[in-house]
Write a protein of this length. Structure first.
Length: 658
């Protein structure tokens, strides 16, 4: 009932490579655990180890070791479902997690390891006027674990003023463990976008190099967010913010390009016999590495018929010889080698250049590739009136009946374009600094427009709204409440707008009407609310040696008295690493409530007085997993017989008791 111990996982990986470097040792509490023999490991890595205090390139700050501890230390918390605050709880594939994002990221490790295609976050900019998480890194690992078991906290915020002696260090210590855990969740072709401004631009880049590797840097996008300029700035009125982009693996990541403009589409002037549009690009290499010495094998003659303009790699008498000459008449090279030219001869075109009094060779560059219109690469400057921060404020005001419940949320169109660039149609998108949930709004809008099936996971701390704010006056106690309400209202609006696009059936567009109706039904605008909370397990589960004869009868159950069957269901989903958005169905069988997760992926019954007849009936479903309460059986005999019953009827089922 703990999240994974990252330190022990890392030691296990070292053990696989260097078993002689891992030994057993006692921790501070006298317990035996695996430990690394660093002297032996240094010997194994003697060619590359950096010894002692030798100078090296790295990012360091006071508190980094404690931040690493915070990333690796396990916690005993859980996610408790909240149906009444959710939308389409049983069927939606979207999640909203309310609580400290460090806890949430740890709780997601098993279920979503390597499954998130895109992460976008807008963390505190550390301007000296905002709040950051106070993670209390000064405590020991034992104290941290004890607090995680016993203390029910939703998060801790503290003002980080410039007068603080650890101004930058505290911000780095807050961000480091969260980015480390986020990297684990990224798919191998995953990408992360991080909004920031000049205050921490340098540090966030170095931090990402440390976490993701400098070779996985993609770009520093510049976003024109305030065209008028911030007049409050001391010397220069800043008009922009940044979005830092890193990936998990630069060799396989793929970002979607932007659609061609009408002007760019007009460049494709020619049409071949199949009706495909194309433009002509010179076969001669231009720019860097364009000299013959750069690629000698790509310097060769191409022959052109003066009558038919046919092209040949082989020399033919009477045909013109064309060489890849540069503008200064020095030897250049072609973009293609001989073999490719021969294989793709149908894509080569010879044209006579009057001003040079000679032929040149061109390549047909088609508008459509693989059945889809080509795209242009995204530019590092994001300059659009839609990206103005004022737009984000206005969007939220319109959604909340002209009440300004949030200050300067990111514009939906900016996050829409980021999601379009960084995700595929079926991608899982995570934002663990959700704020007003602009990301969720953008994902739903994008799905509505392109028919995609993207899913989102939002994580937001229930940060208390200032009692003097318009949000508090409107009845919203926390930022999380605002965030959930925005998703509800935005989802309703998007579905209404999509339904309004239905054509008139009288005009003979019946099939189109069916397609639009299907699109509305398919669109997922729901979300399942889960709240970070203390473990469902009572103290006796973690500390059975503290039970006394006097309290024995009070400690028969290892489950806290105030936890519902659905609470226990999600505890099991977390522990087994099951997707938390799987569809859930509940049925009443023999008077007991039974949960079916993704049909027969998991069958669970947490009621009391379970009989052999019920166990027999549940086994007939042949579930992959089955779960009961440890104290839920009508007798010890039934509890003992459960394994035997499943072994006879459904031998492949994994059985668990809480």
């Amino acid at each position: 009932m703990h999240t994974p111990d990252m330190a022990q996982n890392n030691i296990a990986r070292i053990r696989e490579l260097f078993p002689n470097c891992v030994t057993e040792a006692k921790d501070r509490d006298g317990n035996i655990s695996l430990a690394v023999d660093f002297d032996a490991l240094r010997q194994e890595l003697s060619d590359s180890i950096v010894e002692g205090e030798r100078e090296r390139y790295r990012l360091d700050w006071p508190g980094k070791k404690e931040a690493m501890l915070a990333a690796n230390a396990p916690i005993a918390k859980t996610l408790r479902p909240c149906r009444e605050e959710s939308v389409d709880f049983d069927t939606t594939q979207n999640l909203f997690i309310e609580g400290d994002n460090l806890d949430a990221l740890k709780l997601l490790q098993e279920s979503y390891l390597g499954k998130v295609k895109m992460i976008y976050i807008d963390p505190p900019y550390n301007t000296g006027n905002d709040f950051i998480y106070n993670d209390d890194f000064a405590e020991t690992a034992g104290e941290y674990l004890a607090r995680s078991n016993q203390k029910n906290e939703n998060g801790r915020l503290v003002a980080n003023t410039e007068s603080n002696g650890r101004f930058h260090s505290d911000w780095l210590s807050m961000m480091y463990p969260r980015l480390k855990l986020a990297r684990n969740l990224l798919a191998d072709d995953g990408v992360i976008f991080i909004s920031c401004d000049d205050n921490e631009l340098c540090n966030i880049n170095k931090l990402c190099q440390d976490v993701f590797g400098s070779n996985n840097f993609i770009s520093n996008l510049v976003v024109i967010s305030n065209p008028r300029g911030r007049q409050s700035d001391t010397h220069i009125a800043s008009v922009h913010d940044y979005i830092i982009v890193y990936c998990k693996n630069i060799n396989i990541v793929k970002l979607n390009g932007a659609k061609l403009t009408d002007e760019q589409r007009c460049e494709f002037l020619f049409t071949d016999i199949t009706g495909e549009q194309y433009r002509l690009l010179g076969l001669r290499q231009r720019g860097s590495a364009s000299k013959r010495k750069d690629r000698p094998d790509m310097f060769f003659p191409i022959y052109v018929s003066p009558d038919t303009k046919k092209i040949s790699i082989k020399k033919i008498d009477g045909w013109y010889e064309v060489l890849p000459k540069k503008s200064d008449n020095s030897d250049g090279r072609w973009m293609w080698g001989k073999e490719k030219c021969q294989n793709d001869m149908d894509k080569l075109v010879a044209r006579y250049i009057n001003r040079r009094n000679e032929y040149d060779i061109f390549v047909k560059d088609y508008l459509n590739k693989n059945g889809e219109e080509r795209q242009r690469k995204q530019k590092s400057l994001f300059d659009s009136k839609n990206y103005n921060n004022q737009n984000g404020t206005q969007e939220v005001k319109e959604i909340f009946d002209n009440i300004s419940v949030m200050s300067f949320p990111k514009p939906k169109e900016l996050i829409f374009d980021i999601c379009n660039m960084g995700s595929s149609n079926d991608a899982l998108i995570l934002d663990f600094f959700a704020g007003s949930s602009t990301t969720a709004h953008a994902v739903m809008q994008l799905n509505a427009e392109d028919g995609g099936n993207r899913r989102f996971i939002m994580v937001q701390l229930p940060e208390v709204c200032d009692e003097k704010s318009e949000a508090a006056k409107a009845g919203y106690k926390t930022i999380a409440e605002i965030s959930k309400e925005r998703i509800r209202r935005a989802g309703t609006k998007i579905r209404e707008e999509l339904a309004a696009k239905q054509p008139d059936t009288a005009s003979g567009q019946g099939n189109l009407l069916e397609d639009t109706s299907a699109s509305v039904q398919k669109l997922d605008t729901g979300f399942r609310v889960l709240k970070v909370d203390s473990s469902n397990m009572a103290d006796v589960f973690y500390n059975p040696d503290t039970v006394s004869q006097k309290t024995l009868m009070d400690d028969v159950s290892s489950i806290k008295y105030d936890r519902s069957p659905e609470d226990l269901l999600f505890q099991v989903l977390l522990d087994w690493g099951v997707d938390l958005s799987m569809p859930i169905r509940r049925e009443t069988i023999q008077g007991k409530t039974v949960f079916f997760v993704d049909e027969n992926a998991l069958v669970a019954c947490f009621d009391k007085n379970i009989t052999e007849e019920l166990v027999h009936e549940l086994a007939e479903f042949q579930p992959v997993r089955a779960v009961f309460r440890d104290d839920g059986f009508v007798s010890d005999a039934v509890k003992i017989n459960v394994d035997q019953i499943f072994r006879q009827i459904s031998p492949g089922t994994l059985i668990k008791s809480l």
